[in-house]
Design a protein around this ligand. Structure first.
Ligand code: EPU
Length: 338
């Protein structure tokens, strides 16, 4: 197993932050992983997957483990459905394309989400009305302290909106090694009502969409709003959409009748953070190399050489402005490495 020293992490995080790892190791097998976790000469270990949901604000003093476990296998199938086991290092969007090529339904709305499959349960990734939890069966994870593999059922993962056990009680204790998903082989459950999917389909004259048509519509919508991390460093939505109580919503909507919102339960409403940030005048603004994306104010971008601290400074400025103007606190959804 090769351990490198002083490795730049710029190409390993989609924000393109040039932080350094004191030690760096590529993990290709489960044996690799358990062996390296046992090595006591590197007490601080930092787990890096697709690097698509993190902001590095400092160098990493310890050993970075880059999880590159590969493989997709069909573990069970019948006429209706299929279970696929996907190793953690598989790129999420390539997985989506693989499922479409096999006509397996369920992931099409989550096309083009950056990152790897192993981290998808950590924040229960989601887009256009579908979340990982809708197709999730279970995942396997290695306990860092014992190197034992444990299986987490859907219930054990405590999924919520961009939330899970792995972001809370389980934080820092496990490394997800594989994820098993249940997909349809026929009678696909199409979900076209969210966002502008049906508008995009109608524009292309598609009346009876296939899962591939939906994926293509999602790709077109996402590409028009969200920057490609290969071109402009970013981490997708930097903030979560805030959830507010009925009372707070009543006050808010009286003052802001034009604001978009989603009623998410009898007790709460979700307000798009992108709208709040845009109203504070930040959309498209640039401060040095840190900026707010022109087409989607929820996304912070790195124009080239921004440091993590500069991006974080901008995030704080935005949070303060939103709180002052709307009395609503928005919180990052990105994992900030301080
Ligand atoms: N809006 C604005 N200004 C903006 C951005 C949005 O006014 O700059 C308004 C839009 O006009 C719309 C509403 O806010 O009325 C919602 O916007 P959008 O449909 O773009 O979705 P979002 O709520 O901003 C969420 C997810 C995205 C996901 C989309 C589509 C979160 C934090 N973000 O964004 O997820 O792609 O819905 O499902 O929930 C990600 O997590 O990285 C991500 C991109």
């Amino acid at each position: 197993m090769k351990i490198e020293q002083q490795v730049s992490l710029k190409k390993y995080n989609t924000f393109g932050i040039d932080a350094k790892a004191a030690f760096f190791c590529e993990i290709n097998t489960l044996k690799h992983l358990s062996d390296v976790l046992k090595r006591s000469e590197y007490p601080d270990k930092f787990i890096l997957s697709g690097g698509s949901n993190m902001l590095l604000t400092r160098d990493i003093e310890g050993l970075v483990l880059h999880i590159n476990l590969k493989g997709i296998t069909v573990s069970q199938e019948n006429e209706e459905a299929v279970l696929i086991k996907v190793m953690a290092g598989e790129n999420w969007h390539e997985l989506v394309l693989w499922t479409l090529a096999h006509n397996y339904g369920g992931l099409e709305n989550m096309s083009l989400i950056p990152g790897n499959t192993g981290t998808s349960p950590i924040q229960n990734i989601g887009a256009y009305g579908v979340e990982l939890k809708d197709v999730f069966v279970d995942c396997e994870a290695m306990e860092i302290s014992t190197q034992k593999i444990k299986t987490f059922s859907k219930e054990a993962c405590h999924f919520g909106y961009r939330e899970s056990y792995f972001k809370n009680e389980g934080k820092g204790k496990y490394i997800i090694t594989s994820v098993t998903l249940k997909l349809t082989r026929k009678n696909h459950q199409l979900n076209t009502s969210y966002g502008s999917i049906d508008v995009a389909l109608a524009k292309n004259g598609i009346k009876n969409p296939t899962i591939k048509d939906i994926s293509e519509a999602v790709i077109a919508i996402r590409s028009s709003k969200l920057p490609d991390p290969k071109v402009l460093g970013n981490s997708g939505s930097f903030f979560k959409n805030p959830i507010i109580s009925n009372e707070d919503f009543e006050l808010f909507s009286k003052k802001n009748p034009e604001a978009p919102y989603y009623k998410i339960s009898d007790e709460a409403y979700k307000i798009p953070a992108g709208w709040l940030i845009e109203q504070c005048g930040f959309k498209g603004k640039r401060f040095g190399d840190a900026g707010v994306h022109v087409n989607q104010a929820l996304v912070l971008v790195n124009y080239g050489n921004a440091t993590g601290a500069e991006i974080l400074g901008l995030a704080h400025k935005i949070m303060k402005a939103v709180e002052e103007k709307f009395n609503i606190r928005i919180l990052p959804e990105v994992n900030i490495i301080k």
